[in-house]
Design a protein around this ligand. Structure first.
Ligand SMILES: [Zn+2]
Ligand SMILES: [Zn+2]
Ligand SMILES: [Zn+2]
Ligand SMILES: [Zn+2]
Ligand SMILES: [Zn+2]
Length: 197
Protein backbone atom coordinates (compact mmCIF):
# COMPACT_ATOMS: atom_id res chain seq x y z
CA UNK A 1 0.00 0.00 0.00
CA UNK A 2 1.36 3.43 -0.94
CA UNK A 3 2.23 5.74 1.90
CA UNK A 4 -0.19 8.43 2.89
CA UNK A 5 0.38 12.10 2.35
CA UNK A 6 2.55 13.52 5.19
CA UNK A 7 4.49 10.23 5.39
CA UNK A 8 7.69 9.45 3.51
CA UNK A 9 10.17 6.60 3.04
CA UNK A 10 13.63 7.89 2.18
CA UNK A 11 15.16 4.50 1.41
CA UNK A 12 16.40 3.98 4.95
CA UNK A 13 13.93 5.35 7.44
CA UNK A 14 10.21 5.95 7.55
CA UNK A 15 9.32 9.56 8.29
CA UNK A 16 6.36 11.48 9.64
CA UNK A 17 6.66 14.85 7.93
CA UNK A 18 4.12 16.44 10.24
CA UNK A 19 6.20 15.68 13.35
CA UNK A 20 9.58 15.59 11.63
CA UNK A 21 10.28 12.21 13.17
CA UNK A 22 11.87 9.10 11.63
CA UNK A 23 11.16 5.44 12.37
CA UNK A 24 13.05 2.25 11.62
CA UNK A 25 10.12 0.39 10.17
CA UNK A 26 6.88 1.02 8.38
CA UNK A 27 4.93 -0.56 11.21
CA UNK A 28 6.59 1.71 13.77
CA UNK A 29 5.63 4.73 11.67
CA UNK A 30 2.06 3.52 11.36
CA UNK A 31 1.87 2.86 15.11
CA UNK A 32 3.03 6.43 15.67
CA UNK A 33 0.30 7.69 13.36
CA UNK A 34 -2.32 5.67 15.14
CA UNK A 35 -1.42 6.67 18.69
CA UNK A 36 -0.10 10.23 18.43
CA UNK A 37 -2.34 13.09 19.45
CA UNK A 38 -0.47 15.48 17.14
CA UNK A 39 -2.40 14.48 14.02
CA UNK A 40 -5.33 12.37 12.90
CA UNK A 41 -5.44 8.86 11.50
CA UNK A 42 -7.89 6.79 9.50
CA UNK A 43 -7.08 3.18 10.37
CA UNK A 44 -9.24 1.81 7.60
CA UNK A 45 -7.42 3.74 4.84
CA UNK A 46 -4.03 4.09 6.58
CA UNK A 47 -4.14 7.80 5.96
CA UNK A 48 -2.81 10.70 8.01
CA UNK A 49 -4.56 14.03 8.38
CA UNK A 50 -3.06 17.23 9.71
CA UNK A 51 -6.31 18.29 11.41
CA UNK A 52 -9.51 16.75 12.66
CA UNK A 53 -11.39 18.88 10.11
CA UNK A 54 -9.41 17.24 7.31
CA UNK A 55 -10.19 13.79 8.71
CA UNK A 56 -13.84 14.70 9.04
CA UNK A 57 -13.95 15.74 5.38
CA UNK A 58 -12.29 12.47 4.45
CA UNK A 59 -14.86 10.42 6.40
CA UNK A 60 -17.64 12.41 4.80
CA UNK A 61 -16.54 12.21 1.18
CA UNK A 62 -14.26 9.21 0.64
CA UNK A 63 -16.28 6.56 -1.19
CA UNK A 64 -14.99 3.84 1.13
CA UNK A 65 -16.68 5.54 4.08
CA UNK A 66 -20.03 6.17 2.43
CA UNK A 67 -22.96 4.00 3.41
CA UNK A 68 -23.46 1.39 0.74
CA UNK A 69 -26.57 -0.59 -0.16
CA UNK A 70 -25.82 -4.28 0.39
CA UNK A 71 -28.38 -5.28 -2.21
CA UNK A 72 -27.32 -3.25 -5.25
CA UNK A 73 -24.03 -1.68 -4.18
CA UNK A 74 -25.21 1.87 -4.67
CA UNK A 75 -23.43 4.45 -2.50
CA UNK A 76 -25.68 6.79 -0.57
CA UNK A 77 -24.90 10.15 0.98
CA UNK A 78 -25.87 9.26 4.55
CA UNK A 79 -27.58 6.62 6.67
CA UNK A 80 -31.01 8.12 6.27
CA UNK A 81 -30.71 8.09 2.50
CA UNK A 82 -29.49 4.51 2.67
CA UNK A 83 -32.46 3.48 4.73
CA UNK A 84 -34.85 5.19 2.34
CA UNK A 85 -33.12 3.67 -0.66
CA UNK A 86 -33.20 0.17 0.84
CA UNK A 87 -36.94 0.38 1.08
CA UNK A 88 -37.05 0.25 -2.70
CA UNK A 89 -35.74 -3.32 -2.40
CA UNK A 90 -38.38 -4.28 0.14
CA UNK A 91 -41.22 -6.49 -1.02
CA UNK A 92 -44.70 -5.07 -1.25
CA UNK A 93 -46.22 -7.29 1.37
CA UNK A 94 -48.33 -5.05 3.59
CA UNK A 95 -51.92 -5.35 2.55
CA UNK A 96 -54.20 -2.34 2.96
CA UNK A 97 -55.87 -2.53 6.38
CA UNK A 98 -59.27 -1.74 4.88
CA UNK A 99 -61.26 -4.97 4.44
CA UNK A 100 -62.44 -4.34 0.91
CA UNK A 101 -59.06 -3.34 -0.53
CA UNK A 102 -56.31 -5.66 -1.75
CA UNK A 103 -53.62 -3.11 -2.55
CA UNK A 104 -50.12 -3.96 -1.28
CA UNK A 105 -47.51 -1.63 0.19
CA UNK A 106 -43.85 -1.71 1.16
CA UNK A 107 -44.29 0.51 4.19
CA UNK A 108 -47.02 1.63 6.52
CA UNK A 109 -46.47 5.23 5.44
CA UNK A 110 -47.12 4.12 1.85
CA UNK A 111 -50.44 2.65 2.95
CA UNK A 112 -51.30 5.86 4.78
CA UNK A 113 -50.62 7.94 1.65
CA UNK A 114 -53.05 5.67 -0.19
CA UNK A 115 -55.69 6.01 2.53
CA UNK A 116 -55.28 9.77 2.97
CA UNK A 117 -55.59 10.33 -0.77
CA UNK A 118 -59.12 8.92 -0.69
CA UNK A 119 -58.32 6.47 -3.48
CA UNK A 120 -58.95 3.39 -1.30
CA UNK A 121 -62.24 1.69 -2.26
CA UNK A 122 -63.11 1.56 1.45
CA UNK A 123 -63.81 5.30 1.34
CA UNK A 124 -61.27 6.05 4.09
CA UNK A 125 -59.78 9.51 3.63
CA UNK A 126 -57.51 12.00 5.35
CA UNK A 127 -60.25 13.22 7.70
CA UNK A 128 -60.88 9.66 8.89
CA UNK A 129 -57.14 9.01 9.41
CA UNK A 130 -56.75 12.27 11.32
CA UNK A 131 -59.80 11.39 13.41
CA UNK A 132 -58.38 7.98 14.29
CA UNK A 133 -54.99 9.45 15.17
CA UNK A 134 -56.60 12.08 17.39
CA UNK A 135 -58.74 9.52 19.21
CA UNK A 136 -55.75 7.32 20.03
CA UNK A 137 -55.11 7.66 23.76
CA UNK A 138 -51.47 8.70 23.26
CA UNK A 139 -52.17 11.31 20.58
CA UNK A 140 -50.69 14.04 22.78
CA UNK A 141 -47.28 12.47 22.12
CA UNK A 142 -47.37 13.07 18.36
CA UNK A 143 -49.59 16.12 17.89
CA UNK A 144 -49.22 19.76 18.86
CA UNK A 145 -51.03 23.07 18.41
CA UNK A 146 -50.41 24.57 14.98
CA UNK A 147 -49.42 28.23 14.61
CA UNK A 148 -52.30 28.70 12.22
CA UNK A 149 -54.79 27.30 14.74
CA UNK A 150 -55.95 23.70 14.95
CA UNK A 151 -53.31 21.04 15.40
CA UNK A 152 -50.51 19.34 13.52
CA UNK A 153 -48.47 16.15 13.75
CA UNK A 154 -45.06 16.46 15.36
CA UNK A 155 -42.05 14.21 15.83
CA UNK A 156 -41.09 14.41 19.47
CA UNK A 157 -37.60 13.26 18.60
CA UNK A 158 -36.65 16.33 16.54
CA UNK A 159 -39.74 18.59 16.73
CA UNK A 160 -40.30 18.33 13.01
CA UNK A 161 -43.91 19.09 12.09
CA UNK A 162 -45.90 17.14 9.50
CA UNK A 163 -49.29 18.09 8.11
CA UNK A 164 -50.17 14.45 7.42
CA UNK A 165 -49.82 11.30 9.48
CA UNK A 166 -48.18 9.60 6.47
CA UNK A 167 -45.52 12.33 6.63
CA UNK A 168 -44.83 11.60 10.28
CA UNK A 169 -44.52 7.85 9.67
CA UNK A 170 -42.36 8.47 6.61
CA UNK A 171 -40.12 10.67 8.73
CA UNK A 172 -39.65 8.13 11.52
CA UNK A 173 -39.17 5.31 9.00
CA UNK A 174 -36.31 7.35 7.50
CA UNK A 175 -34.77 8.99 10.56
CA UNK A 176 -33.38 6.18 12.70
CA UNK A 177 -32.94 8.24 15.86
CA UNK A 178 -36.47 9.59 15.78
CA UNK A 179 -37.76 6.14 14.89
CA UNK A 180 -36.34 4.73 18.09
CA UNK A 181 -37.71 7.62 20.09
CA UNK A 182 -41.25 7.39 18.71
CA UNK A 183 -41.36 3.67 18.01
CA UNK A 184 -43.48 2.39 20.86
CA UNK A 185 -46.13 5.06 20.61
CA UNK A 186 -46.44 4.96 16.82
CA UNK A 187 -46.49 1.17 16.80
CA UNK A 188 -49.45 1.43 19.14
CA UNK A 189 -51.10 3.90 16.81
CA UNK A 190 -50.48 1.63 13.83
CA UNK A 191 -52.24 -1.25 15.63
CA UNK A 192 -55.05 1.06 16.66
CA UNK A 193 -55.59 2.09 13.03
CA UNK A 194 -55.44 -1.53 11.89
CA UNK A 195 -58.16 -2.47 14.37
CA UNK A 196 -60.46 0.46 13.73
CA UNK A 197 -60.32 1.06 10.03
ZN1 LIG B 1 3.68 12.38 13.33
ZN1 LIG C 1 -10.52 6.42 5.58
ZN1 LIG D 1 -29.87 -0.79 -3.39
ZN1 LIG E 1 -56.93 0.50 0.48
ZN1 LIG F 1 -37.87 13.43 14.07
Amino acid sequence: MALSRHLHFNGTTWECLLCDRAFKSRSALLAHCEYTSRHEWCGQCHRVFASSAAKKRHLQYAAVHQPKCKVCGRILRNKNNLRMHQQTHQPRNKECYADDCIQLFKTFSGMLIHLESGSCPSGVDETRIDGLARSFYRSIEFTTDADSGGWIYICNGCERECSKLSGLFQHVEDALDCGEFMLECLEGLREFIEEHI
